[in-house]
Design a binder for this molecule. Structure first.
Ligand SMILES: [Zn+2]
Length: 55
């Protein structure tokens, strides 16, 4: 749902870690709202930082 007949428009948003623009991917269709990082590398960075903070 959400992209009926409008394939040329893909949502995008900045990565929470590096700020790089992430364009919507099919693999993210189910969890686009929860996608915050452009790559596993950035996710690991964030997780790492959070882990240190919570110690
Ligand atoms: Zn990133």
């Amino acid at each position: 749902m959400g992209f009926k007949g409008n394939k040329q428009f893909l949502p995008s948003k900045p990565c929470a870690v590096c700020g790089r623009t992430m364009t919507w991917r099919k693999s993210w269709s189910k969890n686009w709202d929860s996608v915050l990082y452009c790559s596993d590398k950035c996710r690991a960075k964030k997780t790492c930082a959070k882990h240190h903070t919570s110690l």
